[in-house]
Design a protein around this ligand. Structure first.
Ligand SMILES: Cc1cc2nc3c(=O)[nH]c(=O)nc-3n(C[C@H](O)[C@H](O)[C@H](O)COP(=O)(O)O)c2cc1C
Length: 168
């Protein structure tokens, strides 16, 4: 019975082709931040950010189950999305590589919900965790936006697995 079902299943898309195809979708880059039970800030670079709903205002990020930081997001009530500006490529790198303290040398403030807001970003959203669920090898974190702010400026862009800027 199960072998018949398996035979009818279409061949899975090649993983490299899948990644390269998804990389044709240009995104911004965010640093998602959270504070742990001892008050220490944590953050990671994420481009899976997407707005989900207007009413209520919901956003999502998708976090690899292997990421050490995931536990902090699953045990917190609040987190922040920091949308990087075009001159903040160094922050994208800093928050995506292993480090004892990713916030070293980074200026940030505590937001209304006590979440880390990075200085100089284009925009930030402070969110309450509304839902989390596993999808494949990632955990999807849905946040309800409680506070939002932005400034005029140009974004850091990610396309084809490379950093880009919007054309002038
Ligand atoms: C541009 C860019 C976008 C990324 N987007 C995501 C993402 O959406 N989800 C994710 O799980 N990891 C993403 N990563 C990788 C994580 O930033 C990285 O694996 C994570 O910081 C590792 O965290 P850890 O050291 O706490 O395990 C991205 C990395 C880069 C450079």
């Amino acid at each position: 019975m199960s072998s018949k079902t398996d035979q009818r299943r279409p061949a899975p898309v090649d993983p490299l082709l899948y990644r390269q195809t998804c990389a044709r979708f240009a995104t911004g880059i965010t640093v998602v931040t959270v504070v742990d039970g001892e008050g220490r800030p944590h953050g990671m670079t994420v481009n899976s950010f997407s707005s989900v709903s207007l009413d209520p205002p919901l956003i999502l990020v998708s976090i690899d189950l292997r990421n050490a930081i995931l536990g902090h997001f699953l045990s917190t009530r609040n987190f922040a999305i920091n949308i990087l500006a075009e001159n903040q490529q160094h922050l994208s790198r800093q928050f995506s590589v292993p480090s004892e303290n990713r916030f070293r040398g980074v200026d940030w403030q505590s937001g209304e919900l006590g979440v880390p807001l990075l200085d100089g970003v284009l925009a930030h959203l402070e969110c309450a965790v509304a839902n989390t669920f596993e999808a494949g090898d990632h955990s999807v974190l849905i946040g309800e936006v409680r506070f939002a702010a932005y400034r005029e400026g140009r974004p850091l862009v990610y396309f084809g697995s490379s950093y880009n800027e919007l054309a002038q």
